[in-house]
Design a protein around this ligand. Structure first.
Ligand SMILES: Nc1ncnc2c1ncn2[C@@H]1O[C@H](COP(=O)(O)OP(=O)(O)O)[C@@H](O)[C@H]1O
Ligand SMILES: [Mg+2]
Length: 247
């Protein structure tokens, strides 16, 4: 697979997903260019997390295409899909840290799961580098219970970074954080994007976070990419349904 030359990171075409007679995605399209941050904005229950799960391959769409670095992922062999997955990081809203593991063990976990064999020294330096890049160089031996909400989020980001992803999908990264911490995490997302040259899809309805991070905003409504544009454009939209997100 030659992925290096693809300048489109993710291309979603005409995605459909229903649960029974509930049509969640109804022809959703999105293009994420390399190095770009796209925010997907939508009401609660509009299908934002389902969209992310479709991209990761956790939920199969009923119809449509998902291309990642030019590869049609719905037609890839499991082995090739693993290669694509190893280039994508996900940040779930819940952080999904293992409570019984130290920060170090949490960070080592993705390497072990994907059977990436490295020397102990090599793994140690990968853990240290990832933690330093999220501003927590001294947290390596702490347990998740000893971390604040913002620190947990930083450790989750570090765990994603350890795989040197080219794409990160963030599902509501600042929900549940106080406004100051939310801003710090948003700035951290921007910093790591520069250090690692990452393209991101960010699910969020935190207007301050969106304003800082979005190169482009796509509004997911009625199962489609209802509107898109810059923060400036959409916040001044004539469409009341669009404008209501920014009030
Ligand atoms: N496995 C499932 N079975 C049935 N309905 C589901 C399932 N997963 C999600 N849904 C429904 O799909 C809709 C979109 O869910 P979700 O993507 O989680 O919304 P959100 O935009 O808040 O992230 C919701 O109405 C939810 O109840
Ligand atoms: Mg959700």
């Amino acid at each position: 697979m030659d992925l290096a030359n693809a300048d489109i990171a993710i291309h979603l075409k005409d995605l459909h997903k229903s649960f029974g007679d509930k049509h969640i995605l109804n022809g959703f399209n999105l293009t994420l260019k390399r190095g770009e941050n796209v925010v997907v904005l939508g009401k609660s229950g509009s299908g934002k997390s389902i969209l992310i799960k479709c991209i990761i391959g956790l939920v199969p769409p009923d119809k449509g295409e998902i291309e990642i670095f030019g590869q049609n992922t719905l037609k890839l062999s499991p082995k090739d899909m693993d290669i694509i997955r190893s280039k994508m990081g996900f940040l779930f809203q819940s952080n999904a840290l293992y409570d019984s593991m130290t920060v170090r063990e949490n960070l080592e976990f993705p390497l072990k799961r994907l059977r990436i064999s490295k020397s102990k020294e090599n793994i140690n330096s990968m853990v240290e580098e990832a933690l330093t890049n999220v501003g927590l160089p001294d947290a390596v031996d702490l347990m998740p219970a000893e971390l604040s909400g913002g620190m947990k989020k930083r450790v989750s980001i570090a765990r994603t970074l350890i795989m040197k992803p080219e794409i990160i999908l963030y599902d509501e990264p600042t929900t549940g954080l106080d406004p100051i911490t939310a801003k710090e995490i948003t700035n951290l997302m921007l910093e790591v994007q520069k250090i690692y040259n990452i393209s991101s899809i960010v699910i969020s309805h935190d207007i301050r976070c969106i304003e800082l991070i979005a190169d482009r905003i796509v509004i997911l409504m009625d199962g489609i990419n209802y509107a898109q544009g810059s923060f400036e454009e959409l916040s001044h939209s004539d469409d009341e349904r669009v404008k209501s997100f920014f009030l």
